[in-house]
Design a protein around this ligand. Structure first.
Ligand code: NAI
Length: 249
């Protein structure tokens, strides 16, 4: 399948995990991909693999995002596909977290998404076309213990996605979201190694899925590619759960 032949894609958080798998998937299907990440070396490594462009960015800084999106547009000509995937968590029971923790989690998972879309939309509007895929999470739909701010941010991202879908549909821009369940990536592995995700908690997450296992970054990337492609041309404002049946709506 070469659903993205001659297309330009931008993937934030493309240096690792689901983002890196998405970069590889879009590139395999013909896209030229800009890898935007705060991890400069990681972005350069993934970009080199796919003959793409690495652009350093901190999505929590709107000015950094504006510059990064502009640099991708100048170097590659335009942006057809935007995947706002950069994210992370500071897990802990709500009562043990601080306002600084909530702000950091909202900054990357919600405000970072908004900054990226804000920077990329003008070009899409000018051309009358574009597709946006927002990284949400099942946490934003069903809530997750030890992730109150994260759940709030991801739920906010879903609401934001729907508003953008309505505002921009008639300008040729589609906007959808994916809501993964537990996916085996460095994010999950780092939580395990730091002791913030114990074996019981991990098993509880797996038990919550109907398929009884974690997902892979490639499985999420496949759904992102579907939503970004013309195969999903009549889909906008949709949240696609990629969670082994954790939720079924
Ligand atoms: P990961 O930790 O492997 O990758 C996250 C990437 O985002 C890293 O390359 C990191 O450098 C980048 N990043 C973090 N903060 C950034 C910032 N301020 N500016 C630019 N880049 C930044 O994690 P993973 O698992 O691949 O997560 C990707 C997305 O998927 C996140 O939004 C996460 O919340 C979401 N997600 C992950 C799930 C999982 O179980 N792994 C489940 C549901 C959603």
């Amino acid at each position: 399948m070469r659903r993205f032949a001659d297309q330009i894609a931008v993937v934030t958080g493309g240096a690792s995990g689901i983002g890196a798998a998405t970069v590889r998937r879009l590139a395999t299907e013909g896209a030229t991909v800009a890898v935007l990440d705060i991890d400069k070396q990681g972005a350069a490594d993934v970009a080199a693999e796919v003959d793409g462009l690495a652009v350093p960015v901190d999505v929590t800084d709107p000015e950094s995002v504006r510059r990064a999106i502009l640099s991708a547009e100048i170097d590659l000509g335009r942006i057809d596909v935007l995947v706002t995937n950069a994210g992370g968590d500071r897990p802990g029971f709500f009562i043990d977290t601080t306002p600084a923790d909530w702000q950091a989690v909202l900054a990357v998972n919600l405000l970072g998404v908004m900054s990226c879309v804000h920077a990329a939309l003008p070009g899409m509007r000018r051309r009358g076309s574009g597709t946006i895929v927002i990284m949400a999470s099942e946490a934003g739909r069903v809530g997750t213990p030890a992730g109150a701010a994260y759940s709030a941010a991801k739920a906010g991202a879903i609401g934001f996605m729907k508003a953008i879908a309505r505002e921009w549909a008639r300008c040729g821009v589609r906007c959808n979201a994916v809501a993964p369940g537990p996916i085996d990536t460095p994010l999950l592995r780092n939580l395990e190694e730091s002791g913030k995700l114990g074996a019981t908690m991990r098993q509880a997450m797996i038990n919550a899925t109907a398929l009884g296992r974690t997902g892979t970054a490639d499985e999420v990337a496949a759904s992102i590619a579907f939503l970004a492609s013309a195969d999903a041309s009549y889909l906008t404002g949709h949240t696609l759960a990629v969670s082994g049946g954790l939720s079924m709506w």
